[in-house]
Design a protein around this ligand. Structure first.
Ligand code: ARG
Length: 393
């Protein structure tokens, strides 16, 4: 038997391939978290008297070993097993016999998957916030080293006023730190313990202590009422993707600036050869593909968010298999933003800034507003009058 629910009749191969789909492979990312949640669940069962000391000890040992073997790449969730929860229970039972068959008491894969997903998401949001912080730190480095270089500030892509490289870098650094805060705040919806909701309607007969797993797994609270848990699936994920989409947008706009600055027309930045790519036809070309792809990929988290919302929208309450389809856009969207942030944190310190080109772009017309303000200050003119004079000068 490979599935937990298998009976005598074999499962149609095409149906297995369609229903398990990529889910078994996606679940490899959740195995470590499923192991953690399973250990907490087993500990709760033992404390409630549903697992003897020997069985409990054997289960904890086997969970640790199976988790470590997975981390070393020694096993992967197989298509035949349908998902990671099945793979874990199969391996537990193979390792410790009957004790393995006792672990699923009082839970369902419906709350099990949510426990693993939420634990994963809380970690991942912190990692992504950290990645945003690293890009911000790279921008701080630019501001520290070359912050007083003068350059035009643009509106409508037209030169508007003088500004500095420090002000440009500080703007992005500030927004990225704000994005990081948003990502950390998005952990709120993931911070409720789904265990104990089981298939979606709680656990009959046994009285299980939900506060035990809540504490052991570091959730802020048990998710109440149990009937709300399946209704909430996808919401913590959507919140995470939304915040990631905002981060992606800032990274994409930063990259868009750099693409412009790297043109011969601007000439503000040059990239070391190792950061550029070439052309198959035009021997002279060095292209800023890395920044173009950060710009190009900045819609991926938003697209993933739309895909995820489309899965949950209009579903009746309770668990539905549709819900597993949320994992793919979640992983894809967050991975995309993480990759872009990593790349920018790596590349930004290597960009070279051309002081002369930047200064030459600040022609005297950019001081018009400044001249008008001085006339207001020194001559007491109404602003509109000073504005007219400044334009004519
Ligand atoms: N892979 C499934 C998911 O992500 C696990 C839960 C399966 N539950 C079920 N009743 N078939 O939703």
């Amino acid at each position: 038997m490979t599935r937990l629910w298998d009976r005598d009749e074999p499962l149609d191969r095409l149906v297995l391939e369609f229903t398990a789909g990529e889910d078994h492979a996606l679940d490899d990312r959740l195995v470590a978290y499923d192991v953690r949640a399973s250990a907490a669940h087993a500990e709760m069962l033992a404390a409630a008297g549903f697992l003897g000391d020997a069985d409990h000890a054997a289960l904890q040992r086997a969970l640790a070993e199976i988790g470590a073997a997975h981390a070393r790449g020694e096993w992967r969730v197989a298509l035949e097993e349908e998902d990671g929860h099945t793979a874990l229970e199969n391996r537990l039972t193979a390792a410790v016999g009957e004790a393995g068959a006792r672990i699923h008491l009082g839970r369902s894969r419906n709350d099990q998957v949510l426990a693993a997903l939420r634990l994963w998401l809380k970690d991942e949001l912190a990692v992504l916030a950290g990645a945003a912080g690293e890009v911000a730190a790279a921008l701080d480095g630019i501001a520290e080293r070359r912050g007083d270089l003068v350059m035009p500030g643009y509106t409508h892509m037209q030169r508007a006023m003088p500004t500095t490289l420090g002000a440009w870098a500080g703007a992005y650094a500030g927004e990225l730190r704000d994005d990081a805060e948003g990502l950390l705040a998005a952990r709120r919806r993931a911070d409720r313990n789904p265990l104990g909701s089981a298939a979606g309607y709680g656990v009959p007969v046994l009285s299980l202590d939900r506060s035990r797993t809540t504490r052991a797994l570091g959730f802020a609270a048990a998710h109440e009422p149990v009937t709300a848990v399946q209704l909430s699936r996808g919401k913590a994920e959507a919140g995470a993707l939304f915040e990631a989409a905002l981060l992606a947008q800032d990274l994409g706009r930063l990259a868009a600036d750099l693409c412009l600055f790297a043109t011969a027309e601007y000439g503000f930045v040059t990239l070391p050869a190792a950061l550029t790519t070439g052309s198959s036809m035009l021997p002279q070309k060095r292209n800023p593909d890395l920044f173009e792809l950060v710009r190009g990929r900045s819609g991926e988290a938003a697209a993933a968010l739309v895909e995820l919302l489309a899965v949950t929208a209009k579903l009746p309450s309770g668990y539905h298999r549709d819900l597993q389809l949320g994992k793919k856009p979640l992983f894809r969207g967050l991975d995309s933003v993480r990759a872009s942030a990593r790349l920018l944190a790596h590349a930004l310190p290597l960009v070279e800034w051309d002081e002369a080109k930047m200064r030459d772009a600040v022609d005297p017309s950019l001081l018009a507003a400044e001249r008008a303000y001085r006339m207001v200050l020194e001559l007491g003119l109404p602003f509109r009058e000073a504005y007219r004079r400044a334009r004519e000068e």
